[in-house]
Design a protein around this ligand. Structure first.
Ligand code: FE
Ligand code: CA
Length: 527
């Protein structure tokens, strides 16, 4: 089934034949998998575990969750060390890790077209509790995963705890942040993108990517495998359900829709690469069938509710945006940045977001997304410079959304942001040019888990920006993650930092804690 083509592709005159062929091949996969076609029943014997990439779960709902694995006895080889044929995998979900009481079980097809990945949408579970799951194929059994369903839709839980992070460049550091998340009593991990980086291996870093800049499907698969073989990352997937979205590096730095960062790449070649990138992302993430890639398109924006307490809107600010105005660097907010035709979400996603927010019955309304929304002037008062890759490069979109939040009195909007490897805590004002303008929401920018290396240094440009932009409450350049405790009355964020990432074993520290009170947008430092 072909989705309506992106109007931009027409403008670029893109040759669609190869994508139609691809669509024909992949769109049949979910149906084939459901029907169990191509099933081969002689049980395989594996010399080494096909579960080297571990297990994962995600997209929680009150009655179900996605459980994931991928068969790859040799994950760093093309094909993962698997014969290119379908295999039947058994799965089971139980209430304890002893599996004495199995509550759901079934089989799924691991198909070579999807790199032998498995995404089972388990249903019929009870809300707001822990479950354990595992997979069997031939003589092999997977590690035991642990996961947690969301609370009932009309329930008001006393508390919801989650951590969010982003930007985990493998080469620049070790993933100890994840190890420390295990010590927290979390319901969920939220990842805001830059899960992998696409670049070639570089010398002189704590760790090294395999290979050159990734472009083919095989290369993207190997890059994800390299990351997922990291024991701390793999364990974080095994221990908690995840809610994920991507940013740019899952595909190509600072891309906008069909426009590459580099000049001179034909839209055809770029779209082919995007298809590879999106497919590999789907294959490796615990996503539902609704996110199944359709050639170079993939619907990743979606909702996830934690009862009437918290409502996530997971956004995709990369796939549908118009090209960065005036280039993607720091520029004054003039000309194209103010173009009413500019959009960061695309019309369809923006309508979806607004109608979801209008219908929301939840106390806290979260936008889990990529790029900074607060218009941070990183220049000087007399020569303003804003990042054209962030929301201020799409000022019409930004203003429209803030006006909407204000006029429709959306309860407690909290924007979660990744991308820039620095923590910021920002008041989101209706009009940032007017200091007295109402605060309509709060933005919490997570730092990088590892990208950029150890961090922690004072950066003159950020110091100045923090001082001259009155909506900034705090900034910090250490690596780490943000741990959030959400209750009906308040939202507390602990900014956890790992003082070093260039070697394993960093301790965790809490650099600051902020509270947002119900009905009073804007965060206040409490520690
Ligand atoms: Fe990043
Ligand atoms: Ca980024």
């Amino acid at each position: 089934m072909l989705q309506s083509p992106n109007p931009r592709s027409h403008r670029y005159g893109i040759e669609r034949r190869q994508f139609l062929r691809y669509l024909g091949a992949v769109s049949a996969i979910p149906t084939l998998a459901l029907r169990g076609e191509g099933q081969v029943n002689d049980p395989p014997r594996f010399q080494s575990s096909p579960f080297s990439l571990g297990v994962a779960s995600g997209d929680p709902e009150p009655d179900g969750i996605v459980i994931w694995t991928r068969l790859a006895p040799k994950p760093l080889e093309p094909g993962g060390g698997m014969d290119p044929r379908p295999l039947t995998v058994r799965w089971e979900v139980a209430t304890t890790d002893k599996f004495t009481h199995v509550v759901r079980k079934g089989t799924a097809q691991a198909l070579p077209q999807l790199g032998h990945s498995i995404h089972v949408e388990v249903q019929g579970l009870l809300p707001h509790r822990w479950y354990f799951y595992r997979f069997h194929v031939g003589n092999a059994t997977s590690p035991i995963g642990r996961t947690r369903t969301a609370p009932e839709l009309d329930g008001m839980p006393d508390q919801f705890r989650f951590a969010f992070t982003s930007c985990q460049h493998y080469e620049t550091g070790y993933f100890d942040g994840y190890k420390h998340m295990h010590e927290e009593n979390l319901d969920l991990i939220v990842h805001l993108g830059d899960y992998i980086y696409e670049g070639a291996s570089q010398d002189g870093q704590p760790r090294q990517h395999i290979g050159t800049e990734i472009k083919s499907l095989a290369e993207y698969r190997i890059r994800y495998s390299q990351y997922r073989l990291d024991p701390m990352l793999q364990d974080a997937h095994r221990q908690f359900p995840w809610l994920v979205t991507w940013d740019d590096h899952e595909f190509d730095n600072n891309y906008a829709n069909l426009v590459s960062e580099e000049d001179g790449i034909s839209p055809e070649a770029f779209l082919q690469r995007r298809m590879n990138a999106y497919q590999a992302y789907y294959e490796f993430m615990p996503l539902r069938r609704r996110s199944f890639p359709q050639g170079p398109h993939m619907t990743l924006y979606r909702g996830c509710r934690y009862g009437r307490l918290a409502n996530f809107q997971v956004l995709d600010t990369r796939q549908y945006r118009t090209d960065q105005p005036n280039g993607d660097h720091q520029k004054p907010m003039i000309a194209k940045a103010l173009d009413p035709r500019g959009t960061i979400l695309g019309e369809r996603q923006e309508h979806w977001l607004m109608s979801r927010l209008l219908q929301s019955q939840s106390q806290w309304n979260i936008l889990a997304q990529q790029v900074m929304m607060a218009p941070l002037n990183r220049g000087l008062p007399e020569y303003e410079r804003f990042s054209m890759d962030q929301w201020p490069g799409y000022e019409t979109s930004r203003k429209r959304l803030l006006k909407f939040l204000h006029e429709r009195s959306v309860p407690n909007p909290v924007v979660l942001t990744g991308d820039i490897h620095v923590n910021w805590v920002n008041d989101l004002q209706l009009d940032f040019r007017d200091e007295a303008s109402p605060v309509v929401g709060t933005e919490l920018v997570g730092t990088a888990l590892t990208s950029g290396g150890n961090g922690g240094n004072a950066i003159a440009e950020y110091e100045r920006a923090a001082k001259q932009n009155p909506f900034v409450r705090w900034y910090n350049s250490n690596r780490g993650y943000v741990s959030c405790e959400v209750t009906p009355n308040s939202w507390t964020s602990h900014f956890r930092i790992t003082p070093f990432v260039d070697q394993p074993g960093s301790p965790i520290q809490t650099k600051a804690s902020f509270i947002i009170e119900n009905g009073k947008p804007g965060a206040h430092q409490i520690a």
